[in-house]
Write a protein that binds this ligand. Structure first.
Ligand SMILES: Nc1nc2c(c(=O)[nH]1)N[C@H]1C(S)=C(S)[C@@H](COP(=O)(O)O)O[C@H]1N2
Ligand SMILES: [Mo]
Length: 201
């Protein structure tokens, strides 16, 4: 890809909490969307998990809110090189949804898909063990539509393109299948600490 790596146009302040090549966006929260922000009311939102699971199912907004609340407080890292420190999201851990559908032992990967058609692939191991959420609150308020409200996937330990906005579901697979950005040259896993930006990194 024809991109200039390692240049962000901002001064670098050494910070051990910043993955390599990232800068601190401070109070800014850039909006990065390949699609037009959809008009998606909570009543029209649903979340489904199917594929290699024992009991595929869908949750309405109300049903999803009956699951135990879980929050994330920490950092997020976009591959375009901004990071944000100490953000707070509220929602439900993906573990709570997955324990209901029960992935097969053969399951290795997931494709997350949005109500808009956006997709992102992830190893199953990256969305289990308390490391991924369906998030509908930011800073104690409803998640704004441009940031994926009413609900988005949140996988903060990977580059933020994995955190599909307007999340509609997960398809559980026994192989890896590139999503939208991964099919356009981005890394299959996207670990910011190993600077896995592009396929081949
Ligand atoms: N549906 C959807 N989800 C998406 C994207 C997108 O274009 N569409 N962009 C991804 C990218 S590249 C990033 S950095 C984050 C941006 O989230 P934000 O706009 O809330 O900062 O969402 C991710 N999830
Ligand atoms: Mo991004």
């Amino acid at each position: 890809m024809n991109v200039t790596r390692g240049f962000t146009g901002r001064p670098r302040v050494p910070n051990a909490a910043l993955p390599p090549g990232q800068y601190d966006a401070g109070d800014d929260w850039p909006v990065l969307s390949a699609e037009v922000t959809p008009e998606l009311a909570p009543a029209d939102w649903s979340f489904r998990i199917d594929g290699l699971v024992e009991r595929p199912r869908s949750w309405s907004w109300e049903q999803a809110h009956e699951l135990p609340e879980s929050s994330y407080e920490g950092d997020i890292h976009c591959v375009t090189s901004w990071s944000k420190f100490g953000v707070r999201f509220g929602g439900v851990s993906l573990d709570a949804f997955l324990s209901v559908v029960r992935p097969h032992v053969s399951a290795t990967h997931v494709v997350a898909y949005s109500h808009t058609g956006y997709t992102a692939n992830l190893p199953l191991a990256d969305v289990t063990g308390g490391r991924a959420w369906i998030a509908w609150e930011y800073d104690g308020r409803p998640l704004a539509p441009e940031h994926g409200g009413p609900a988005r996937l949140l996988v903060p330990h990977l580059y933020f393109w994995k955190s599909a906005k307007w999340i509609a579901g997960l398809r559980i697979l026994d192989h890896d299948e590139p999503g939208f950005w991964e099919g356009n040259g981005y890394h299959a896993r996207g670990n910011p600490w190993e600077e896995q930006r592009y396929s081949g990194d």
